[in-house]
Design a binder for this molecule. Sequence first.
Ligand SMILES: [Zn+2]
Length: 246
Amino acid sequence: MVEALLPIADRVWLYPRDDDDNKLQPNVGVIIAGGQTVLVDAGNSPRTARRLLNALDAIQAPPVRYVIYTHHHWDHVFGAMVYGATTVGHDLCRKTLIEMAGKPWSHAYIQEEIQRTPAREAGLRALARAIEDWRHFRIIIPEITLSHLLRLHLDDVTVEIRHVGGQHAADSVVVQVIEARTLFVADCYYPPPAHQRRPDSALDAELIAALVKDDIEIYIDGHGSPRTRDEFARLTQEGRSTNGCG
Ligand SMILES: [Zn+2]
């Protein structure tokens, strides 16, 4: 269980992923500027989101105003109902979450989904562990959407949200905190989710190469530790990975 925020750069923190892969609890980015807090992803469940709020309280962070969804996968989105914040995501993220919000979420529904798509079993079992009580659960649909690019101006800090798509999720965006030289890339360069993966699925080397830029020093993905630019660039040599969610 994660208790505390990790400082990353000026005005940027990380609520780090849970090392236990069975929990499927990814990184959540925290940007504090202009008297407000912006989150990059929502945490995988209301329980995780409440822990994150406690961690924000411990550093006396201002209220959460925006939650930016990097993509629609549940482990990045399902904590959002706790914050009462404005949610931001790609047009396609909104469309997909509207469809997902129409499903009869419950433990019985998750069992049916496992029967329908056995390749999703590990992820769905993690979801069943993450959310024990579905009675008051709600998916929060993005209220602000982008098709290509959106900037949030928080006093002297600029947060740039850019659509990159890719094989992991077509709605993937990356979030750059310009002055902090930090880029949240979430899962965009990962292989497709388990049930869409082929034996030859690999990291998206082309997308990784496109994201390597001189004005970015820190790269934070969805399910790993923060990386320097060189470490991120070297990922292209790693090739195959089992990383990812869905
Ligand atoms: Zn994902």
